[in-house]
Design a binder for this molecule. Sequence first.
Ligand code: SAM
Ligand code: SF4
Length: 330
Amino acid sequence: MIDPFGREVNYLRVSVTDRCDFRCKYCMSENMTFLPKKDVLSLEELELVSAAFIRKGVRKLRITGGEPLVRKGIMELFRNLGLYIKSGELDELTLTTNGSQLSKYAGELYEAGVRRLNVSLDTLDPYRFQDITRWGNFEKVMVGIKAAQDAGLKIKINTVAVRGFNDMEVDDLIAWVGREGMDITFIETMPMGAIDEQRSDQFLPLSELKEQISKNWTLTASEYRTGGPSDYFEVSETGGRIGFITPLTHNFCESCNRVRLTCTGMLYMCLGQQDNADLKSVIRSENGLEKLDAAIDEAIGRKPKGHDFVIDRDSDGQPAVPRHMSVTGG
Ligand code: SAM
Ligand code: SF4
């Protein structure tokens, strides 16, 4: 699949639920209204749409959410999609998780063909963890990370940089991932969906964070790429890698190779734009399966050049994109 700007689209992110057992402050408000079940694609429908993308050239699939591992029966989807890894039609099946259910599922994920996963963790302090996630349990996540490592899964930690919250903890996080043999990626907060706080208060430009990190750690630009938007640096002191995802301070759109399917079957060609294609209506219509390939082609033909995120006080606290990250999938 080649988009109008000549970019090959070979990476699909699939959000399997908008629900979550946490309420991270930059992601959700405390009282969220979730989608009615009938609007959410069944596991069979999610598999069917994913399979169509694989036939069209997608080589990497990331399962996300909401919290993907709270969706009932989700291991069945992993097992079925894992068959494409075994047949060589897919290079990578992975997921982004908050880690709360990993102790239960790590072994099954490995068996399904998952080898790497991202765990989101913003702090190593149990009290701060409770504060930022509102409902999370730090110990459970730590046990989950250990279980995933024991199962043979390679972990990358995703950390959202929040001003005044975890900027002072960055050195501890880098040292910890170094000891544990994991990589870490820092992410800027993105203005997606209404939350209870001012986004401009939370926003910490990663250019500033990187400068702070460089005072204590020796960073060397790395050639390493995961097919994602991260810029990687090797850390001489730990032998590990640090990635920076800077959607607001640095435009990573030129090399964008991905599209995102929401749990309601809407295909978003860009995380930061509203334009979408309703694949649920297509597959639920008469002869839907036959129309699916053409609907995907038409959508890829509309992939925009880039996003228009801005976070400033003039935006009146209104998000640039009204849907939450948990709907489109991070
Ligand atoms: N629940 C899973 C998790 O937390 O890893 C998967 C979904 S979550 C929406 C995916 C990623 O998006 C997480 O790393 C989270 O920290 C990040 N995220 C959520 N809201 C964000 C925002 N407004 N700006 C930047 N990153 C955000
Ligand atoms: Fe849930 Fe992930 Fe959003 Fe946190 S970031 S509320 S864990 S979906």
